[in-house]
Design a protein around this ligand. Structure first.
Ligand SMILES: Cc1cc2nc3c(=O)[nH]c(=O)nc-3n(C[C@H](O)[C@H](O)[C@H](O)COP(=O)(O)OP(=O)(O)OC[C@H]3O[C@@H](n4cnc5c(N)ncnc54)[C@H](O)[C@@H]3O)c2cc1C
Length: 393
């Protein structure tokens, strides 16, 4: 017989731990048996999450850095923006892992298992998890693990666009003070664009320390030394830093796609990137995971199905992502020019709301209007028509 739990969370990454943290904070869940499974101990600072928000979120206490102003640079257009009422924030992976896991270990209703999950499935009325050594069942399984190669899954689909967002970041320390800790460089496109849409983030965490990240949206990843060469060049030639040491490195790969990752059914609920919480046109995921976890918690507490269905608004945002992805994948417009126009012609508040899937239809029309109609309109019309056809037939 499988060991029985009320809830099982497979994957102790951002989505699994964000959901667990919310469960730990609600007395409703204190009498429920919760199992968390991951194949590895979360003891490395393997990623840094940046996101913007207006109000403090549940992880406010571990925000490592915050900026009220951001800079945007490109060869066409550069500007500094006040983010009010937003703040751009950074959370280090290790701080989130330690915070949630410390609290989980203190909670008698939570069990943590370190093992590889082989499958999650629904069988004979039971939601089951198979690991290399055990089988577990629960009323609900929240899964953040990809069991198949997501890239293969996506490229097999027709009419679906895919770009890889890949990046390498160096946390550098400089001898002298170089950085203004109050201002983050959100995107700097003043670098070569021949390998894909490419830009640099500069996120100062102290006057002599910053996370400098080289990001590309393209079909293929680069060789490791290509990221290093561009980072070194940018730090020397654009930031004018002569001497620095690399304190920490991070590498990441995020799918940018309009493929619909399954949200789950029958007691198996997909969360995180595996559950479609990565925004197709930007790769931002952290805040979408937070909103998704909050909705799951509400649904569980109200005894509703925690498979969160899409409203009309989410369909609209998916359409915008899909249009933008098509423009970028088919190179109808260069990415640096597209983002320059977005920043030049829209108020930052509106743009951040739009990128957060929280804008009104009126604001969305304004953002769409800032794009060249000759490029965007035919794609928008074709996508709306094919969505209608898919809906009715
Ligand atoms: C380096 C990096 C930086 C990022 N920065 C940002 C950012 O600044 N802002 C933003 O919004 N998004 C960012 N993202 C995107 C996104 O927020 C993260 O990828 C986020 O961690 C996704 O959460 P997740 O829970 O879906 O996946 P993960 O956090 O990757 O968690 C999945 C968990 O499943 C475990 N696992 C996998 N397979 C198995 C198995 N078979 N058995 C058991 N356990 C398994 C893994 O060990 C892992 O702990 C970044 C991504 C990366 C990689």
């Amino acid at each position: 017989m499988p060991q029985q739990y009320d809830y099982i969370i497979t994957g102790a990454g951002c989505a699994g731990l964000s959901l667990l943290y919310r469960m730990l904070r609600q007395p409703f869940f204190s009498g429920r048996k919760i199992l968390l499974i991951d194949k590895q101990q979360k003891i490395n600072n393997d990623r840094t999450w940046c996101f913007w928000e207006k109000q403090p979120g549940v992880f406010e206490d571990i925000v490592y850095c915050r900026w009220k102003q951001i800079d945007f640079y490109s060869n066409e257009f550069s500007a500094r923006y006040d983010l009010e009422p937003y703040e751009y924030k950074m959370i280090r992976g290790i701080d989130l892992y330690e915070t949630v896991l410390t609290e989980a270990k203190r909670s008698p209703n939570v069990t943590i298992v370190y093992d590889e999950v082989l499958s999650v499935l629904h069988q004979q009325g039971l939601a089951l998890v198979n690991t290399t050594t055990d089988q577990f069942s629960a009323s609900y399984i929240f899964n953040s693990i990809f069991f198949n190669d997501w890239k293969q899954q996506v490229i097999q689909q027709k009419n679906v666009h895919l770009l890889l967002q890949h990046f390498k970041g160096w946390l550098i320390e400089t001898g002298k003070d170089y950085f203004n800790e109050r201002i983050a460089t959100f995107m700097d496109f003043r670098i070569a664009q021949n390998k894909g849409t490419a830009f640099i983030y500069v996120l100062p965490v102290a006057s002599n320390k910053a996370l400098v990240e080289y990001t590309l949206f393209s079909e293929n990843v680069l060789k490791p030394n290509e990221y290093d060469a561009e980072l070194a060049r940018y730090i020397h030639e654009v930031l004018n830093v002569d001497k620095f040491s690399v304190q920490h490195e991070e590498y990441g790969l995020i799918p940018m796609t309009d493929h619909k990752f399954s949200k789950g059914a029958n007691g198996l609920i997909n969360i995180g990137t595996a559950g479609g919480q990565t925004k197709g046109s930007t790769g931002y995921t952290f805040q979408f995971i937070q909103k998704h976890s909050a909705k799951i918690i509400d649904a569980l507490m109200q005894d509703n199905d925690p498979v969160i269905t899409q409203g009309f608004a989410s369909k609209r945002y998916r359409l915008y992502d899909s249009i933008l992805l098509k423009v970028l994948t088919q190179k109808r417009m260069e990415g640096d020019k597209l983002f320059s126009l977005l920043f030049k012609k829209n108020a930052t508040g509106t743009l951040l709301k739009f990128l957060d899937n929280e804008s009104s239809f009126k604001e969305e029309l304004k953002v769409m209007n800032s794009m060249p109609a000759g490029i965007f309109m035919p794609i928008a019309i074709q996508k709306i028509l094919s969505n209608l056809v898919a809906e009715f037939f």
